[in-house]
Design a protein around this ligand. Sequence first.
Ligand code: PHE
Length: 371
Amino acid sequence: MSAAIPELKQFDEAELDRVFTGLEAEVAAQARTLTSGESLEAFRLHWLGRKQGRLGQLSAAWLKSAPAPAKPSLGVRFNQLKAQIESLLQDSLQQRQAGSRGSGLDITLPGAALRIGAEHPLVKTMAEIVNVFQRMGYSVSLGPEVETDFYNFEALNFPPNHPARDTQDTLVIAAQEQKPLRERLLMRTHTSPVQIRSMLEQAPPLHLVIPGKVHRNDAADATHSPVFHQVEGLCVDTNITFSDLKGTLDHAMKAFFGSAVKTRFFPSFFPFTEPSADVQISCIFCAGKGCRKCKHSGWIELLGCGMVDPAVFEAVNQRRLQMGREPVYDIRKISGFAFGMGVDRIAMMKYGIGDIGLLYSGDLRFLEQFA
Ligand code: PHE
């Protein structure tokens, strides 16, 4: 498809008309012969190719020899010609694609494989934990990640300026200072505010698991991420005791990690539970013998828990009254326990993940291992 560059002697409109009409006809004639992908590409290169393209060669030659007044008209004509070539290319390409779908349908060819996504290891772990409690009759409750100070702290018995607030490294939403403290927005630092939300909506008995994402102003390292996940639990009924808490969590840990796992409870502190405890399980890597993973203690710290503090029930009752609802959390008749565990650490243990950041990296090389 190579052609010589004709020399232009005159640059008046009549002569330009004649030459460009010829070029357009040449383009159109060639376009009709484009039947294969190769010919399409050859046609494109012939006209538009960066080095040897005819359009480039023509415009270089003609624009150089044209007198200044004729240059704008030449430029416009080259642009039109280029647009014609591009649209012809586009049309031929579309026709070819339509044709290969229409007439050439071969039902014996394998179908285009749709790749199905895989559950993220965090989501999977969270669902498995939730499932353990669902099998014990718990239902799932959810709440917002942007919370008010009231739900995240005040109703959970964190007084204003209480040092326990400092341990939460709260990320606050900007420009809230003009609001009363309890209405200020923040990123929830734990899933516990959903305890309050649930008790405002429902009367006891309550058996709830609350999975969700939480946020703290922690510097990221191998074991800390400013975003992480928790599964919360809340059980409120008549005659709920610390034995129920111990039995429930011991069963849950055995159901999740295997029946050989042991649990032990240590005194701890949370403003919204009294008494409070930290729960450890026997190391799942060394069966309690002591190894690097459990820092040679034989135990791994897994969750916080305790009996719901009466102050929490009181805060719920008060708010229910303001909402025109009955204050049904009568602390003389009912009691409850709550617990909260970090999902990320459990997922990392389960899958042997050494760096929490991998869970949030979106790196397919990491994620595809779980497909
Ligand atoms: N919310 C607590 C935390 O994030 C955990 C917890 C939940 C403790 C429920 C007791 C009861 O640390």
